[in-house]
Design a protein around this ligand. Structure first.
Ligand code: GDP
Length: 479
């Protein structure tokens, strides 16, 4: 898409006047620089007997290669963990407390560096913790196409129980299909009631294993450091079930965890290695930036010569600061890295134009998407002013005929449409429905940028009517 008459002529290897003539016979007066609709391009290609495949800029970015490693090349790698939960339930404290277990375990010097992630060891094996807690960071990465986290630790304060952001975190983890371990925190506090937390979470389908369910719970205190080893043990048990493996003997690839411009050191980029081994001297591309690895620094602040799958590592030698969530990979030469980065920079421009002009998913096109086999699912994020409306709308959605399109609510909540709703929708190709609520803060602007559709209603039946119409391919385009 976005191709001009000139582009199409060049691509098909047909003289420009021929194309213009053909368009005229089809009833279209076209100029050299006019952009053509996909359908028109297809028709022209057919007319000239050329096989073409129309690829959209927004579709082919961020698609990471899938690697086919032979089973014998795979070795176990550390799990990558993100901590989520309601504000003040102790995410930061728990990250700090877990970090300190490494000091008491006798690791030299302990972890003093903050590079965006760190590792601790348990049973002689490493676990990688991402240092930015919360579902916002998690979902922002996912919206860029990066699946970095293997396990979510959901922190719930035993004296406070399940709160709105606890529910958000659950939905965000579920939408990403990442297993959850529950850390019931603050058990040292007076009034702590870990059983109540289990009961409340059971109502959200997180049945504790000790009650016959599937979810592991660990009672902890970030303050007194109680049961932290149990938490690590449990994370490893869950990780074992996931069979996390990678081939270490290839050129490295993975994701950017964070990056900053250091006044003294220049661009400092933390990479998390998914596959392969990163070495000093490697040429790396991450999005529109590239670099030659000048130095590698681990989470303890030590210089290292290489980094392996599951390891976070700070890299010096980049020409700029790629965004968190960006895919990186090692290529054969500096020259190639520079070329790829430049190509990507160009594509990013097209992509931002495509994003501004188009939506990822809208109610209007769900039926077409389902028919064409792209996706039969219609993911919805539903926000309302009162809990009663949420229940009513979910009941009504459940009653809709789910024949061509399957509608499912991936997150619901009381209150204005916020940034986290939008990012979840962006990451999960969802449409946002609001009942007597509006976007708050920067949500509208972010929705625009991410291509997320927001529809707001004041009456439920109107929304249901539109949903039904959309699911049956009968929705009239909006003005
Ligand atoms: P976050 O917003 O989820 O990152 O929460 P913080 O880690 O900032 O903790 C919020 C407050 O709870 C702070 O005052 C912590 O000192 C306190 N806190 C965290 N964990 C515990 C705990 O296990 N026991 C007690 N008593 N207080 C805790």
């Amino acid at each position: 898409s976005g191709s001009t008459v000139k582009d199409v002529a060049e691509y098909l290897g047909v003289p420009i006047p021929e194309i213009i003539k053909k368009l005229m016979t089809l009833g279209e007066m076209a100029t050299l620089t006019q952009t053509l609709a996909d359908e028109a391009i297809q028709v022209i290609a057919d007319e000239f007997d050329k096989e073409i495949e129309i690829v959209h800029a927004a579709d082919d970015v961020d698609i990471e290669p899938t690697y086919d490693d032979a089973a014998e090349d795979l070795v176990e790698r550390p799990p990558v963990v993100t901590i989520m939960g309601h504000v003040d339930h102790g995410k930061t404290s728990l990250l700090d407390a877990v970090r300190e277990t490494e000091v008491t375990a006798g690791e030299a010097g302990g972890i003093t560096q903050h590079i965006g992630a760190y590792q601790v060891h348990h049973n002689g094996k490493a676990i990688t913790f991402l240092d930015t807690p919360g579902h916002q960071a998690f979902t922002a990465m996912r919206a860029r196409g990066a699946k970095v986290t293997d396990i979510v630790v959901l922190v719930v304060a035993a004296d406070d129980g399940v709160k709105p952001q606890t529910e958000e975190a659950i939905d965000h983890a579920r939408a990403a299909d990442v297993p959850i371990v529950v850390a019931v925190n603050k058990i040292d506090k007076e009034g702590a009631d870990p059983t109540r937390v289990r009961t409340e979470l059971t109502q959200r389908d997180l049945q504790p294993a000790e009650w016959g369910g599937e979810i592991e719970y660990v009672d902890v205190s970030a303050k007194t450091k109680q049961n932290l080893e149990d938490l690590l043990e449990t994370i490893q048990v869950v990780a074992d079930l996931e069979e996390l493996k990678a081939n270490p003997n290839v050129e490295a690839s993975g994701h950017v965890i964070e990056s900053k411009l250091d006044p003294g050191r220049g661009p400092v980029v933390t990479l998390l290695i998914d596959r392969g081994t990163l070495k000093i001297g490697d040429a790396v591309v991450a999005g529109a930036d590239w670099g030659k690895v000048r130095a590698l620094v681990d989470y303890k602040g030590d210089r290292v010569k290489e980094a392996h799958p599951g390891d976070p590592v700070e890299v010096l030698g980049f020409d700029g600061v790629p965004e968190a969530g960006e895919f990186f990979h090692v290529v054969e030469s500096d020259k190639r890295a520079r070329v790829l980065a430049a190509e990507r920079a160009n594509r990013l421009k097209t992509e931002s134009i495509a994003r501004r002009s188009g939506r990822k998913v809208s109610l209007e096109d769900v039926f077409t998407r389902a028919k064409s086999g792209t996706s039969k699912e219609l993911n919805l994020v539903v926000k309302a002013d009162v809990a009663g409306s949420l229940e009513a709308i979910e009941d009504e959605i459940a009653k809709l005929p789910q024949t061509e399109v399957f509608a499912q609510v991936i997150h619901r909540g009381v209150g204005g449409i916020n940034e986290s709703d939008i990012m979840l929708a962006a990451a999960s190709d969802a449409v946002v429905l609001g009942f007597n609520v509006r976007p708050v803060g920067d949500a509208a602007a972010i929705a625009d940028r991410e291509g997320v559709e927001i529809r707001t209603y004041s009456v439920i039946y109107r929304a249901i009517e539109e949903l039904r119409a959309a699911m049956e391919g009968m929705l009239e385009p909006e003005e």
